[in-house]
Design a protein around this ligand. Structure first.
Ligand SMILES: [Zn+2]
Length: 660
């Protein structure tokens, strides 16, 4: 069998739909792709009804013909399993493949399939098997995108109900274990048989927050199983093919750590708002890269107008190139644009392609052409580098789901709280990996885990080992309050983390949006809001105290030595200036390399053993000055040093010797 492997290059590509365009057009498109430096195409993503037009009748000939043309032009192929858009005949024959919501209505939105439906599993497995068998030895195909933008669909059908009961039995072993974990003594909800346990349905009088959390976990696991079944089939025919999935950016209900375990690399779809907060794009890159601790891909990079939005800002010159460099700066080794040519049909008719509807190349196309020419000067060196990230920011799906089930207060937003720290790190030029709390933390100089409300024994042991061995951990308000089942600990807060923090929460208050208290930290006063803990230090020292109300003078921030390491407890929220000043002090104490960058300039470093590529992304519309150490500007291929001007919406990439 001829085996084609991925090249050691940065893959720039696009999503293409040969099933949407006449065959006579294909050669022209391929010619334009070659001119723009396109190396890879994502095909067949939503094409099930062209590949299996009628039940059991498979037709791959049109796809074979297109792939042959692409291969002749040395363009490689990432095939998709076409599952997200199931064919009309399947939904008529088996309506149960579509999810049932809480009141048993059937939903028809794209991708809203039941991942536990026996019929769905049968038809998915069959077409994936047929495709894997057919394309295993195709010389153009290097890998697969499994499904598309998977979601945890909250299905309440009978197959899901049974699967949920089985999932709970596997998790808790006995009904007594379940009743105990969920605290069903509350409001008399004790279960006597597994059949009595249901998803949190509309006709249930009392739904517990533990039940909601477990149903979200179950839905995420069901979706992961749906993906893994497809991965296993493909790998059984084509073990040499790489498999990936395009995560739906900001979507919180599918656990990316679990989902990416069987993938060779993880991908995600990046659709920045022209006027949005760029930190969110960076945050997601740092998460998906951190999820597998290796280079990720952007499988859909927005390069045109939005199709789903209330307004549509024009994409300014330079933005498509800048977004792509940002993907690469944060560790992506592949960027595929969505999409090659603007779509003509149904709900996505805005110009969203590198080519317009009329088939002519437009501004984004020429930016991509410029970018691939620039990349060709240094991509072979860059592809083997990794992003330098001295900090871990803990991003836990279980915590997000626990807060979603039991947020308690509307002013508290878990991800906004994480972003307060994240924005401060960015301002200091410090890159973080966003990782699971059970990941090996030993390589990080600083770990920030704000609001880990549920702490399992495994997480406690991981954090404790990290700190005892000399690590520095920041925790904060709402930490360690709950068991892994979303019920409250009998231990004083922060529960299992109290000993390492050397402090306990005596009282707290939660403020409405319009109120604030204040603290003094290092002689400066900062307003604080949302959730405020009043701490009783055991072995910790006080770093900040409240200035108002009956708890003026009580500890708000503490610091404790534990083993060879340090634990900070930040019992307040809601002040970005405090986050910046506090993290700057911690970074100085830890001797981290801080680079104060101008506002809306994003700095990252990709390194190998000898060299360092420093990326300065200027997301401002105006030029900025940055101070750089001597090195090679890899785009202009000139030596630079000292004060350098970076134009608005432009990037500077400096290659220098790596500092240890
Ligand atoms: Zn279902």
């Amino acid at each position: 069998m001829e085996v084609t492997k991925m090249k050691k290059e940065i893959y720039i590509g696009a999503g293409y739909y040969p099933d949407h365009w006449p065959r006579e057009r294909w050669p022209k498109d391929i010619e334009l792709m070659k001119e723009a430096g396109i190396k890879i195409l994502r095909l067949a993503e939503l094409s099930w009804s062209f590949l299996e037009p009628r039940e059991g009748e498979f037709d791959f000939s049109w796809l074979d013909d297109f792939i042959e043309l692409a291969h002749a032009a040395d363009i490689q192929i990432l095939l998709c399993t076409p599952i997200e858009a199931s064919p009309v005949w399947l939904r008529h024959k088996h309506p149960e493949v579509v999810r049932h919501d809480k009141v048993d209505r059937i939903h028809g939105e794209r991708g809203m399939h039941c991942h536990n439906s026996r019929a769905f599993i049968f038809y998915v497995n069959r077409i994936v098997t047929k495709m894997a068998e057919h394309y295993a030895s195709n010389p153009a195909v290097i890998g697969w995108q499994i499904d598309n933008e998977l979601r945890n669909v909250d299905c309440y059908c009978s197959d899901c109900r049974e699967a949920f009961q089985k999932w709970l039995e596997d998790r808790y072993g006995t009904l007594e274990g379940l009743n105990q974990a969920w605290g069903t003594c509350f409001w008399s909800q004790v279960y006597n048989s597994w059949e009595e346990v249901t998803p949190p349905s509309a006709d249930q009088l009392t739904i517990s927050v533990s039940q909601i959390l477990d149903f979200t976990r179950f839905g995420s696991d069901s979706t992961v199983n749906h993906l893994n079944r497809q991965v296993d089939i493909i790998k059984s025919f084509a073990p040499h093919h790489e498999v990936t999935h395009n995560m739906l950016g900001w979507y919180p209900n599918l656990n990316a750590y679990d989902l990416s375990k069987k993938l060779d690399f993880i991908g995600w779809d990046s659709y920045p708002n022209v006027d949005g907060d760029n930190h969110i794009e960076c945050f997601l890159h740092d998460h998906y890269r951190g999820a597998k601790h290796k280079a990720h891909w952007v499988l859909e990079q927005k390069n045109g107008y939005f199709n789903y939005s209330d307004y549509n800002l024009a994409i300014e010159p330079g933005l498509v190139r800048l977004w792509t460099y940002q993907d690469i700066a944060r560790g992506a080794n592949g960027v595929l644009f969505y999409r090659w040519r603007s779509n003509k049909y149904s709900g996505e008719q805005n110009p969203n392609g590198l080519l317009r509807h009329d088939g002519t190349p437009r501004r984004p196309y020429y930016e991509v052409k410029q970018l691939t020419e620039e990349l060709s000067r240094f991509e072979k060196e860059l592809v083997d580098t990794t992003v330098e990230a001295p900090v871990a920011l803990i991003y836990s799906y279980d915590q997000m789901w626990a807060f979603e089930a039991h947020k308690q207060y509307k002013s508290f937003d878990h991800r906004e709280h994480l972003l307060t720290y994240y924005r401060a790190l960015t301002k200091l030029g410090l890159t973080a990996d966003l990782v699971d709390p059970t990941t090996d933390l030993s390589k990080y100089k600083l770990v920030i885990a704000p609001s880990m409300t549920m702490v399992s024994n495994e997480i406690y042991e991981n954090f404790n080992r990290y700190v005892e061995n000399g690590g520095c951990l920041i925790i904060g308000a709402r930490s360690g309050m709950k068991t892994w089942s979303n019920t409250t600990h009998e231990l004083p807060w922060p529960g299992l983390l109290a000993e390492m923090a050397g402090t306990v929460v005596d009282e707290f208050e939660v403020l409405p949006d319009e109120y604030a208290n204040a603290i003094t930290y290092k002689g400066k006063e900062y307003p604080v809001k949302v959730w405020l803990d009043m701490l009783d230090n055991q072995t910790a020292e006080t770093l900040a105290v409240y200035t108002q109300k009956f708890y003026a003078g009580r500890t708000a921030i503490s610091k404790n030595s534990h083993g060879a390491g340090l634990v900070y407890y930040v019992g307040v929220m809601g002040n970005s200036e405090l986050a910046l000043d506090f993290l700057a002090d911690v970074a100085e104490e830890l001797k981290l390399t801080v680079t104060n960058v101008p506002k809306e300039v994003y700095l990252t470093r990709r390194v190998n053993e000898q060299d360092c590529f420093t990326f300065y992304m200027n997301v401002n519309r105006e030029p900025v000055n940055v101070a750089v150490e001597e090195g090679l500007d890899v785009i202009t291929e000139k030596v630079v040093s000292g004060e350098i001007v970076i134009n608005g919406l432009d990037v500077l990439i400096v290659k220098s010797r790596r500092r240890n």
